[in-house]
Design a protein around this ligand. Structure first.
Ligand SMILES: *Cc1c(COP(=O)(O)O)cnc(C)c1O
Length: 404
């Protein structure tokens, strides 16, 4: 299959990309190759392979190449590089595109470890970072400097889910000679047309929906034609690589991603609406929900078919952290843990206020993050309902304690 055959629908491309064509006689899936050393029959063939990706297991195997091809097809990218985690995909890309004296515009709602990299290693090597308001849009022009080389976007943002006007930001960045790098994990490779929106490098924590089963960590860097060689040079110098077993797990996950996302999307809509109806909840942060913050921009830039299952909830200011903990601890089906994008539902208290620089006071009330998994949504709602009963019981305990 031609991976860039856009006459085929997304779900079709996900099932066929990175596989042999119909005339192939053999297994459905590409072979699972575990390899460090590649052997050559003689010195002449060693010489021919030298410097190519087929000379050593760190550079490529049939399994990792199949995954790269499939991901390129899924997102319409020119090139793909696979790393050991989502975070290493982000750090590799920033190291490739920034050097001493350069300036980075980083969205304030970026995944916290991405910020720690900017404030840590990037600062040490002489790259300065300015955090900007995710809702800045074309106003980003006022923050651009002659040495600004990268504008980093993450939409919706981590924990608070603001939707960014990426085409407006990209127009300003490109006019000034800067490139746009995106943490596209929430969107997944199929949730939007990243490169058409003006993104130059689209990064995924493949750990989430691509792997999809909470059993492997992986990052993917998807690039346009112009930046591929530059990012790959740094990727190669850093020695980034993934194993065949993890690549096979990610390929298996990718085949069903469109079907899974459709269920995550439908159940998440129901859970988001149910949460909005709870009197203790001040706001549900889920841009695909009509009326939610960012919904209009989300409709403009994302594909409605493939919204994911990750959302936030902000409680009323009089609800305590203790009450939220009572809710979380009481649920049976929502696991307490980091990461998301697997088949299972998760719940986590969040505190974006603790590390943001733009308007942190906006997030003073208790918050939580929910990943709506593939369980029957009726069971998830019942489980949350039990949690809210525990939250309310805690409220009464608080009131009694105050009266005493
Ligand atoms: C989880 C996550 C990452 C990091 O992925 P890992 O594979 O855990 O390193 C990066 N960005 C976002 C938005 C994430 O949610």
């Amino acid at each position: 299959m031609n991976p860039h055959d856009t006459s085929l629908h997304t779900a079709t491309r996900l099932t066929h990309a990175g596989r042999k064509g119909k005339s192939h006689h053999g297994p459905v899936n590409p072979p699972l190759v575990r390899a460090s050393t590649m052997l050559f029959p003689d010195c002449a063939s060693l010489q021919d392979a030298y410097g190519t990706r087929s000379c050593y297991g760190r550079h490529a195997t049939e399994t990792t190449m199949a995954l790269e091809q499939a991901l390129c097809a899924a997102e319409g990218a020119a090139g793909c590089m696979l790393t050991s985690s989502g975070l290493s995909a982000i750090t590799t890309t920033l190291l490739a595109l920034l050097g001493p004296g350069d300036h980075l515009l980083m969205v304030d709602t970026a995944y916290d470890p991405s910020r720690q990299f900017c404030d840590g290693l990037l600062k040490q090597i002489g790259v300065s970072t300015t955090y900007y308001d995710p809702l800045i849009g074309a106003g980003i022009a006022s923050l651009m400097r002659p040495e600004t080389k990268v504008v980093f976007v993450e939409s919706p943002g981590s924990l608070t889910f603001e939707v960014q006007d990426i085409p407006a930001i990209a127009a300003v960045a490109h006019a000034a000679g800067a490139v746009v790098v995106s943490d596209s994990t929430w969107a997944t490779p199929i949730g939007w047309s990243s490169f058409e929106l003006g993104i130059d490098v689209s990064i995924h924590a493949a750990t989430k929906y691509i792997v999809g089963h909470s059993d492997a960590l992986m990052g993917a860097i998807l690039t346009n034609e112009a930046l591929h060689a530059r990012v790959r040079a740094t990727y190669k110098q850093l020695g980034m690589s993934i194993g065949g077993d993890d690549a096979a797990l990610a390929l298996r996950g990718l085949r069903t991603m469109a079907a899974r996302l459709a269920v995550h999307r439908d159940s998440a809509q129901i859970v988001a609406r149910w949460l909005s109806d709870q009197p203790e909840v001040a706001e549900v942060l889920y841009p695909p929900m009509p009326g939610a913050a960012g919904h209009e921009l989300w409709k403009r830039y994302f594909r409605a078919e493939y919204a994911c299952g990750l959302m936030g909830a902000v409680f009323r200011a009089d609800i305590t952290q203790q009450q939220v903990a009572a809710l979380i601890d009481r649920t049976r089906l929502f696991g307490i843990g980091f990461s998301w994008g697997g088949y299972e539902s998760l719940i986590l208290p969040t505190n974006p206020q603790s590390y943001r620089t733009i308007n942190p006071q906006k997030w003073a009330a208790p918050m939580l993050r929910l990943h709506v998994g593939l369980e029957a949504v009726e069971d998830l709602i019942n489980d949350l309902d039990t949690g809210f009963i525990a939250l309310r019981a805690q409220q009464e305990t608080n009131a009694l304690a105050c009266a005493a």
